[in-house]
Design a protein around this ligand. Sequence first.
Ligand code: MLT
Length: 269
Amino acid sequence: MTEAFVTGCGRVVYDDVGPRNDGPTLLLVHGFPLSRAMWRAQLEGLAATCRVVAPDLRGFGGSTLGGWPGGGGASLDRYADDLVALLDRLEPRGPVALVGFSMGGYVALALERWLPGVCDALVLMDTRAVADTDEGRATRLKMADHVAEWGASRVAELMRPRLFAPQTPESVVAETARVIAATNPAAIAAAQRAMATRPDSTPLLPLVAKPTLVVVGEHDAISPPEEMRAIAEAVSGARFAVIADAGHMAPVEDPDAVNDLLRGFARSL
Ligand code: MLT
């Protein structure tokens, strides 16, 4: 079921499927510059196990940028605020696992920094704890400054080579490119500026005190497996899993393997 609510002058759209009982809820937070569409296989495949909720972050998919004029007011903390407002609305009766994919993982770590009690468990998927290098930040800010003239389809072309494993079918690659090309350039600029200012979360990792699963595609070129293994080693008791033959977009490249991991994790809560 697709729902929407208004928060901080923005309209946030989300999918909410599965049983509303005292079992677990998986809150799936998408990456950049994507939307809840990337979680279609998880929404379909996990709804028999637990409640599954997937929002569009501000400006992406069906959600509006709202009161972030020109994208200037965006920050990972503000995306995290929207998740808190969403959880208030959901009133989950059981444990909540926040599943943060890539940029969604940065938002999950922002929430972990300020309000660690909001979620009971964490899945960090194809994401990073470190801040940008100076070079990486400059590349982001260049895109933020120019995306209005470039258009989102150029962003899709720029990102495509780093998102997938070599063996991923062209239909999967094309579907993600289509989602990126349809994204509002102002949302892309806002998110790039938000990610460029994110702090190094490495010191936060040993403070995470909740069940944690760390998942990465074997060929992830953006958040490489060795970097994600280090994240898992820094979080006490965290589990680490590698999705074979997948790249950065593991949830769409091998949805069955990702769903098996998420199903097992949800059942363990
Ligand atoms: C993502 O998939 O969300 C992005 O690649 C993250 C990033 O740009 O650092």
